[in-house]
Design a protein around this ligand. Structure first.
Ligand code: IPE
Ligand code: IPE
Ligand code: MG
Length: 241
């Protein structure tokens, strides 16, 4: 490694995070799980700010999976309420810092009032380019790919596309947010070594970083550690250099 690449810190353009461990954080303190989610939403605020400070342009947060609907109704309701509160309290931060909000996932599953509010904030922050906060809500990587397949199949059926014209770009173009570059760094908190159906297509060459720190304890110093680790990685993309 040249001294130049040693000293130069490489900042990922896109960081995706599987925010895990809220329940365990609460259990360790003898608190109900929802207290862990509440504390976890403070980490969301801290990490959005940390991205800004570090110059990370895209942040995708796995906030609710398609599988999470099997959780107890009380927990689901509490999570939806927290999201609503987050929008209310944090929208001004998005404007102040010119951050665009986006949602990916089966948004038709969300309570319609919440989806409306999300749409409003998305519309009001549409013009911003300094940063992008992408919330994965009722999101599943397989669901996203099935949706893409259906759209592509319909185009073939309609005679707009022939099967041999379908390539990787065709699939990418039919994902929820086709204009967003693939994540460079994928972080998972709370030590689980699995992907849990997150961004299956997009993470093909993402660098993984797993920490035992639970999401409610994951703040700017822990995020900076992940960035420092990323900066030491040598991404080869299949090459031999
Ligand atoms: C992550 O924390 C938040 C969501 C999945 C919504 P968990 O709720 O999964 O916390 P653990 O994994 O039970 O500790
Ligand atoms: C993944 O966490 C989903 C989110 C962080 C929203 P889970 O806690 O649902 O994942 P598993 O069940 O441990 O794989
Ligand atoms: Mg979990």
């Amino acid at each position: 490694m040249s001294s130049d690449s040693k000293s130069k810190s490489v900042v990922p353009a896109h960081v995706a995070i599987i925010m895990d461990g809220n329940g365990r954080w609460a259990r360790q303190r003898g608190l109900p799980r929802i207290k862990g989610h509440e504390k976890g939403s403070e980490s969301v605020r801290a990490i959005v700010k940390a991205c800004r400070n570090a110059g990370v342009k895209y942040l995708t947060l796995y906030a609710f999976s398609v599988e999470n609907w099997i959780r107890p109704k009380t927990e689901i309701n509490a999570l939806m309420r927290l999201l609503d509160r987050f929008l209310r309290n944090e929208e001004h931060e998005l404007h102040e810092n010119r951050v665009r909000l986006r949602v990916i996932g089966r948004r038709e599953d969300l309570p319609s009032r919440l989806d409306e509010k999300l749409r409003e904030v998305e519309a009001r922050t549409r013009q911003y380019e300094d940063g992008n906060l992408i919330l994965a809500l009722s999101y599943g990587g397989r669901t996203e790919l099935v949706k893409a397949c259906r759209t592509i199949a319909q185009r073939v059926k309609d005679g707009e596309l022939s099967p041999d014209e379908i390539d990787e770009d065709t699939v990418s173009a039919n994902l929820y947010a086709p204009d967003i570059p693939d994540p460079d760094l994928l972080i998972r908190t709370s030590g689980e070594l699995r992907v849990s159906n997150f961004l299956l297509w997009q993470i093909s060459y993402a660098e993984f970083y797993v920490t035992d720190v639970l999401w409610p304890d994951f703040r700017e110093p822990e995020f900076k550690e992940a960035l420092a680790d990323f900066s030491k990685r040598r991404r080869r993309f299949g090459d031999v250099k």
